[in-house]
Design a protein around this ligand. Structure first.
Ligand code: ADP
Ligand code: MG
Ligand code: MG
Length: 889
């Protein structure tokens, strides 16, 4: 195996092997852009190292070869005493994990080579500054020394000199600081700081490999659903220096505004500094535009390169660059993270600019992003106290109690509080708190700060760089201009779309995207902004492109109407159990207690007109679109009083010498219906077979409703769905009865009732005998919730709390199979049933009505296995429409 690739050997499509950073460094190199030469150790090398705990055979030799080639090319030797070559050792996985893993700069500096560096640079201060940075980063990353030891030492040096900026420390101060740093290494790592440059490099490479498995990296991957077995690549890159004086510097930039997508120059620049300083917010950056005055030549070259990159990637890119004494170097690029709104705006802009076509635009946005745009926003018309405005780093409207550390954020959110995490700036250790919080507020750092980047990735509301705030984390409070003080526990509201921070709780208003879907805001109305227009265009393109129909799960006319407005093409699941609740519960009790046929018939006759009215309302709301009605599914005891409560009631009455005949009989019935495993008990089709007349009453109510709608000039298309079938015989019996009722109602009313009779596939046996079942079914609807329960043997109501987090931790699955369909197991059953069902009955209609119908990844799967439609909750319908199209392009 080849474990090492020179930057000239790779390209952007090799992200699996070279990681995102390595692949894009190679791509830029091959585009002829100024990238400092270097090479990449593959993710395969990392995987081998992590599984064996040691470098794989041949890796060392290959690294030596590439290092020798690099030295030859640069005409310098790593860590030589005269004109030394220095390198950075940089992590870089396939998916970007901002700040999660390690990078060490200035490798190759030692007591000897620091003098050589000073000499070629003609700058003592610079050389010692670079050396102290190396010991600091190496100490933290490779030797595992707490960073604060080094920070304390530099603070002490500044204090001794009575200065505040590290720029005020001169060469002599920094040389002394290097001695203090070496002492810190000696004390805390029980070893000398390594003077051999190759040893430095090898240890740094190992440390980067190891950083794949730090706790925070694992947590981040879980949150972002990045697989744990990918490993990271390592990039060894020759150093260029942004800390060589005022004509040097370092910066980050976007080719467009990552928050809005508008074209322009967006970025931060810091003169006389090395890479990490920008992101860490150690000193205040200037807007990238200011570089035009500082160094017009580099500025123009940078803009040219940004245009080249956008043209080449046909997308927004973010970049890291460094200027060394007026010479521009590119250190990183990638297709940039962006807000959900920007994703839609950029995709439509790129279509208008002719850079991409409509299919590509559809694939550039995700259902998750669309879902984010459907979040509510603040309604600020009530006149709220705006304390300050920071940067709009990640959109959304978040309200919560102020907390000032991650620990409290996690603790309070566990006890059900909504919290806003407030920090001066965040670092990777804050990840838990960021996940727990509704939103994040920082007083320092720009749109590229850790808080901003991570929050955008998580889709979490974030306002950063609110510099007017004085955040006192130890005192658990912040003060704002005008003297407002917010203490831990006080309510605040932050608006990640505008950057505004408000005192107290601000009411939230629906998002304009939802108003658009609701039909209350036309895409061409003057009130609709660019975003609504972009969403409208992309949804139009998506609807033209998708093959899957999208239906909704709706049990009442309101949900049905909303689903239709959201673009649902029918109801895929209308549950009938709520039609047995409320005032009707008494009737159900009577039904269960009925001692003879005539009483049972009487109760069913009373229920029938109520059910009919429910169905009329829903069918009317759907205006001729198909409506799938599931016959009663849950076990009957769910409609009866709780066993314990009832027993107590009866016992108390008895003690008082009272006797309630009704309660006693009810108690007997509850005892009789009590089940150890209700999920696997008397429910679904089994009820229909055991309780005479029940299903037939429902079918009659539905048929009569359809007839009534037809009589009124409407169209009704009904699909009668029998739940929990495991054997074709069950379905056959119900089907015969249902057909007879349908015919009877047709005859009596003279209405043309269009009805299909089909079944749910939610038991493994149903899936495995689908060929037989299809003989009796005109459609299948996969009930993937139950199918997941019954395939895994997981009780959905219990397992999530009981052991799913352990399963996720241990990597048994990356995501709950109730959220995203388990393709390997449950998916196989779906595939078998779809194939064998279709083979037996080519006209068989196939759909899915579990929660998975609105889950992006699962929608792609349902598209691939050839289902006709997915059905999901009304609010997810737009997401499913978009993902169905993305699956098709
Ligand atoms: P991250 O993935 O956390 O951004 P990087 O590997 O990109 O880590 O490096 C951290 C910082 O160091 C970045 O600002 C980067 O631009 C800078 N840097 C990395 N390698 C070099 C180099 N060879 N010369 C100068 N700066 C570098
Ligand atoms: Mg970087
Ligand atoms: Mg079910």
């Amino acid at each position: 195996t080849k474990y090492v690739y020179d930057f000239t050997e790779g390209n952007k499509d090799l992200k699996d092997l070279l990681g995102g950073k390595g692949a894009n460094l190679a791509e830029m190199t091959n585009l002829g852009l100024p990238v400092p030469p270097g090479f990449t150790l593959t993710t395969e090398a990392c995987r081998a190292y992590l599984s064996d705990g040691d470098e794989p055979d041949g890796l060392r030799a290959e690294v030596s070869e590439h290092l020798a080639a690099l030295e030859a090319r640069m005409g310098r030797r790593l860590g030589a005493s005269a004109d030394p070559l220095l390198v950075s050792v940089r992590s870089g996985a396939k998916f970007s994990m901002p700040g999660m893993m390690e990078t060490v700069l200035n490798i190759g500096l030692s007591d000897e080579s620091v003098r050589g560096l000073a000499e070629v640079a003609g700058d003592e201060r610079f050389a010692w500054d670079s050396y102290r940075r190396l010991i600091q980063m190496f100490g933290k990353t490779v030797l595992g020394i707490e960073g604060e030891h080094f920070e304390d030492a530099i603070d002490a040096a500044k204090k001794a000199k009575n200065v505040t900026s590290d720029l005020d420390l001169d060469a002599e101060d920094l040389r002394a600081l290097v001695e203090s740093y070496k002492a810190i290494v000696r004390e805390h790592a029980q070893r000398e700081f390594p003077q051999d440059p190759r040893e430095q490099m090898d240890l740094a490479i190992r440390a980067v490999f190891d950083s794949w498995n730090t706790k925070r990296a694992k947590l981040y991957r879980r949150q972002e659903r990045i697989p744990h077995d990918l490993g990271t690549a390592v990039n060894v890159c020759s150093m260029v220096f942004g800390n060589l004086g005022p004509d040097s510097g370092t910066g980050v930039a976007f080719t467009r505004d990552p928050a809005t997508g508008s074209q322009g120059v967006y970025g931060d620049y810091l003169a006389n500094a090395q890479g990490e300083d920008v992101v860490a917010g150690i000193r205040n950056t200037v807007p990238l535009q200011d570089l035009e005055k500082l160094d017009p030549k580099s500025y123009r070259e940078l803009l040219d390169i940004m245009a080249t990159l956008e043209g080449h990637y046909r997308d927004l890119c973010d970049i890291e660059f460094t200027i060394e004494r007026g010479k521009l170097w590119m250190l990183q690029t990638r297709v940039g993270k962006r807000t959900a709104a920007a994703a839609f705006l950029i995709a439509t802009s790129l279509v208008d600019e002719g850079a991409i076509d409509r299919d590509e635009a559809v694939s550039r946005v995700t259902g998750a992003q669309l879902a984010q745009l459907m979040f509510p926003q603040f309604d600020t018309r009530g006149g709220h106290t705006r304390i300050t405005t920071g940067m709009n780093a990640s959109p959304g409207a978040a309200v919560g109690k102020a907390v000032f550390d991650s620990y409290t954020a996690v603790k309070w959110s566990r006890s059900g509080e909504r919290v806003i995490l407030i920090r001066r700036e965040t670092n990777p250790d804050d990840l838990n708190g960021m996940i727990a919080a509704q939103g994040i507020l920082t007083s320092r750092g720009g749109k590229t700060s850790h808080a901003a980047v991570v929050a955008r990735g998580m889709g979490k509301t974030c306002v950063c760089g609110a510099e007017e705030l004085h955040v006192d984390t130890k005192g658990r409070r912040f003060t704002a201009p005008g003297g407002t003080t917010v203490e831990e526990g006080d309510l605040i509201s932050i608006d990640g779309t505008s950057g505004a921070v408000y005192l107290g709780e601000v009411a939230v208003a629906p998002s304009p995207v939802v108003e658009y879907f609701e039909g209350r805001l036309g895409a061409d109305s003057p009130r609709a902004g660019e975003l609504v227009k972009a969403v409208h265009r992309i949804m139009t393109w998506a609807d033209e492109r998708r093959r899957l129909y999208v239906r909704a799960n709706a049990d009442n006319p309101e949900d049905a109407a909303r689903a239709r407005r959201f673009g649902a093409q029918g109801i895929g699941l209308c549950r009938t159990e709520h039609m047995f609740l409320g005032e009707r519960r008494a009737l159900v009790e009577r039904l269960i207690l009925a001692e003879d046929e005539s009483e049972r018939v009487k109760v069913l006759d009373e229920l029938l007109p109520m059910q009919r009215d429910d169905f009329v309302a829903i069918l009317t709301a759907m205006g001729g679109l198909p409506v799938t009605v599931r016959l009663l599914d849950p076990p009957l005891h769910e409609f009866l009083p709780d066993l314990t409560e009832l027993s107590v009631r009866v016992a108390v009455a008895e003690a008082r010498g009272e006797q309630h005949e009704g309660d006693l009989r009810l108690l007997q019935a509850v005892h009789k219906l009590h089940e150890a495993n209700p999920m696997l008990g008397l429910r679904g089709v089994r009820l229909g077979l055991v309780v005479p007349g029940l299903f037939i009453m429902q079918v009659r109510a539905l048929a009569e409703a359809a007839a009534q709608v037809a009589k009124a000039g409407g169209v009704a298309r009904i699909e009668i769905m029998v739940p929990l079938v495991g054997a074709v015989q069950e379905l056959e019996i119900i089907r015969e009865e249902a057909r007879a009722v349908l015919d009877e109602v047709r005859e009596i009313t003279g209405a043309d009732i269009r009805a299909l009779i089909g079944t749910m596939i939610e038991l493994p046996r149903a899936a495995l005998t689908a060929g037989q079942i299809a003989e009796a079914a005109e459609f299948f609807s996969f009930g993937t919730n139950d199918l997941t329960q019954t395939t895994w043997g997981f009780s959905r109501d219990d397992v999530e709390a009981a052991f799913f987090s352990a399963y996720l931790d241990k990597g048994i699955f990356g995501v709950s199979p109730f959220e995203t369909l388990d393709r390997g197991g449950v998916g196989r059953l779906v595939q078998i049933a779809a194939d064998e069902g279709k083979a037996a009955r080519p006209s068989l209609k196939l759909g899915v009505c579990g929660e998975h119908g609105g889950d992006p990844d699962s929608v792609h799967f349902f598209h691939q296995v050839g289902l006709d439609y997915v059905s999901c909750s009304p609010f997810r319908v737009p997401v499913a429409r978009l993902e169905a199209a993305r699956a098709a392009v």
